[in-house]
Design a protein around this ligand. Structure first.
Ligand SMILES: Nc1nc2c(c(=O)[nH]1)N[C@H]1C(S)=C(S)[C@@H](COP(=O)(O)O)O[C@H]1N2
Ligand SMILES: [Mo]
Length: 355
C-alpha cells in the first residue's frame, strides 16, 4: 500500500533503536517522493542535542577567516529545492553471499525526497577566496564509538571541490516541504546527489576547506571497498558514487498470482546519469524484455518503471529486473563482494508462484 503522500506516520522496520536505524518496506517504495515517515533512517551514533536558538553553522575559510551562519541568515539566502535520492552504501547487504558483518539491511535503505536549502557553493562564497582548496570538509555534530574505531570520535567527510560547487549539492533545512526532522539531521544537513548517503552529513556543524581529501576513520577506514586478501596498508578505494540499481516493489517475495496479466512495478536509479532502460526476465535471464520507464523532473531522483507480464503457464518463477544507465553501466548478476558489503547492486530477483 502506498498511502497518502502527506502521511508522515512512521512505518519503518527498526534494525536498531540506539543508534536509530530503520528501513522502509520494499513494497511501499513505489512513489516518486518517499513520504518522510517511510524514509529510512541511518544513524551511526546517538543523535546530538542541538540547541536551535544558539545553533550556527561554522564556515572556515582561507587564512583563518571564519563566518557563522545561523538559521535566519541561512533562510535569507537564495534557496534551491532538489528531488534527490539517498541510498545507504550498505543497502541490500543482507543479500550478499558469503554473508558479512554489518547492519543487515534488506533493501529498504533508500528513498527519494524533495530537499530545500541553500547551495553549498553559496555558503562557500561567504567564506571568501578558495585559495588552493581541493576538497570541502563536512563535519558531523554526533560522536561515539564504533567497531574498529579507537575510542570515541566524530566523523567528518570530505567531498571534492567540483562536487561541492555543483549547484545541486545543497545544505538542506527542509525535507518534503517540512522542517527537517531530528532523525534526518535538523537543523541542517548536506545533500550530495549521486553519492551514497554517508557524505550527506546530518547535523552539520562545520564546513571547512582542505588542500587534500580528508583522512579519518569514517572516510578512509570505514567507507572503503575492502577486498579479500588486499595487502595491509594498501589504501583501498573510497565509496563514492552510487551504482546503477533497480528494485521490484511488486510483486512481493513469495506471492501467488493467478494466470493472466500482472503489472510488475519498481524503481530504478543510478548515481551518475539517468536510466536508459530497465528490462525484465522471467526465464532465468535467457530473454530480457523492456519495461516502461517513467520520466523524472530531476536527474538525481529515481524513476518508476512497470512491465505487464502475461503469466500464461502455472509454475514457480523468478521475476528479475535489470537496469542500464545512460553511461552503459548495467546491473550484475552477483554482487561485487567486499568486506563491508557496500554497493550491492546485483539484479533483484523475486520468487512468485503462478497457480
Ligand atoms: N551526522 C551524521 N550524518 C549522517 C549519518 C550519521 O550517522 N551522522 N549517517 C549517514 C549515512 S550512512 C546515511 S546512509 C545517511 C542517511 O540519511 P537519513 O537517515 O536521513 O536517511 O545519512 C548520513 N549522514
Ligand atoms: Mo549509509
Amino acid at each position: 500500500m502506498s498511502g497518502d503522500p502527506d502521511d508522515r506516520s512512521p512505518r519503518l522496520n527498526i534494525l536498531s533503536q540506539s543508534p536509530l536505524v530503520a528501513g522502509a518496506n520494499l513494497n511501499e517504495l513505489d512513489q516518486e517522493l518517499t513520504p518522510t515517515g517511510q524514509f529510512f533512517v541511518r544513524n551511526h551514533f546517538p543523535m546530538p542535542d542541538v540547541d536551535l536558538d544558539s545553533w550556527a553553522l561554522k564556515v572556515e575559510g582561507h587564512g583563518g577567516r571564519t563566518v557563522y551562519l545561523d538559521q535566519h541568515i541561512l533562510r535569507d539566502m537564495p534557496t534551491i529545492e532538489v528531488d534527490c535520492l539517498l541510498e545507504c552504501a550498505g543497502n541490500s547487504r543482507a543479500a550478499i553471499q558469503p554473508p558479512i558483518e554489518g547492519l543487515l539491511w534488506d533493501r529498504g535503505a533508500v528513498g527519494t525526497a524533495s530537499w530545500k536549502g541553500v547551495p553549498l557553493c553559496a555558503v562557500l562564497q561567504k567564506a571568501g577566496d578558495l585559495g588552493s582548496t581541493t576538497d570541502i570538509l563536512l563535519e558531523w555534530a554526533d560522536r561515539g564509538a564504533e567497531d574498529g574505531m579507537s575510542g570515541e570520535a566524530a566523523y567528518a567527510m570530505s567531498i571534492p571541490l567540483k562536487k561541492a560547487l555543483d549547484l545541486n549539492t545543497i545544505l538542506a533545512y527542509e525535507m518534503n516541504g517540512e522542517p527537517l526532522l531530528p532523525e534526518h539531521g535538523s537543523p541542517l544537513r548536506a545533500i550530495v546527489p549521486g553519492w551514497y548517503g554517508m557524505t550527506s552529513v546530518k547535523w552539520l556543524q562545520r564546513v571547512s576547506l582542505l588542500t587534500k581529501p580528508h583522512e579519518g576513520f569514517g572516510q578512509s577506514d570505514y567507507y572503503v571497498y575492502l577486498q579479500e586478501g588486499a595487502a595491509n596498508g594498501a589504501q583501498p578505494q573510497r565509496v563514492t558514487a552510487m551504482a546503477v540499481k533497480s528494485l521490484i516493489t511488486w510483486p512481493t517475495r513469495g506471492l501467488t498470482l493467478s494466470p493472466g496479466k500482472h503489472t510488475i512495478r519498481g524503481m530504478a536509479w543510478s548515481g551518475e546519469g539517468s536510466m536508459s532502460k530497465v528490462e525484465m526476465s522471467v526465464n532465468n535471464g535467457e530473454t530480457w524484455l523492456p519495461a516502461q520507464v517513467g520520466k523524472t523532473k530531476s536527474s538525481y531522483a529515481w524513476q518508476k518503471w512497470e512491465f505487464v507480464w502475461e503469466a500464461g503457464q502455472a509454475g514457480h518463477f523468478l521475476v528479475r529486473a535489470r537496469a542500464t544507465d545512460k553511461n552503459g553501466r548495467i546491473q550484475p548478476i552477483r554482487a561485487y563482494w567486499n568486506f563491508r558489503g557496500f554497493a550491492n547492486n546485483a539484479i533483484h530477483a523475486v520468487p512468485v508462484t503462478v497457480k
